[in-house]
Design a protein. Structure first.
Length: 146
């Protein structure tokens, strides 16, 4: 039996807020938080060795079922933010994703909690075990906490 691996920091990507993403008050537009979160999730998939074409070839695709955003501090044009992504597995057809948008000074600007699944693209139903799909396709299971 192998030794348990050290716990990893959550996967994250850095994004710079662009001026055209802000609203009339100069704040990052609320819809863009979702774009940043999606960018981090797809970046994690790519880092784990999973591509969109690979998912399609297997007849599956990740789906968002629920998202909650808690805005903590404003983000302005030019701010750099690290967008983290951590998967949680409880069994069944769904999984959770916890994400934080953290400024470079350590200030948490937003927290996102999501529920996702993996859709069977032919049947248009959630697969019974989404973790099994990631285990089959990923080259780095640690990024999924598996």
């Amino acid at each position: 039996m192998s030794e348990p691996s050290e716990p990893r920091e959550p996967f994250s990507v850095r994004v710079t807020v662009r001026g055209y993403e802000t609203d009339t008050q100069g704040h990052l537009n609320q819809a863009v938080y979702l774009n940043y979160a999606e960018h981090a999730r797809w970046s994690l998939l790519r880092a784990a060795g999973i591509s969109q074409s690979g998912l399609i070839a297997q007849g599956v695709g990740p789906v968002a079922l629920e998202t909650t955003i808690r805005y903590r501090r404003e983000l302005l044009a030019g701010d750099e933010v690290d967008v983290s992504c951590a998967f949680g597995w409880g069994g069944g057809r769904t999984f959770t994703i916890e994400q934080k948008l953290t400024k470079t000074d350590g200030t948490v600007a937003a927290e996102l909690t999501g529920v996702g699944g993996v859709l069977d693209l032919e049947r248009r139903k959630l697969v019974p075990d989404p973790a099994a799909v990631f285990r089959q396709l990923a080259t780095d299971l640690g990024l999924f906490g598996l």
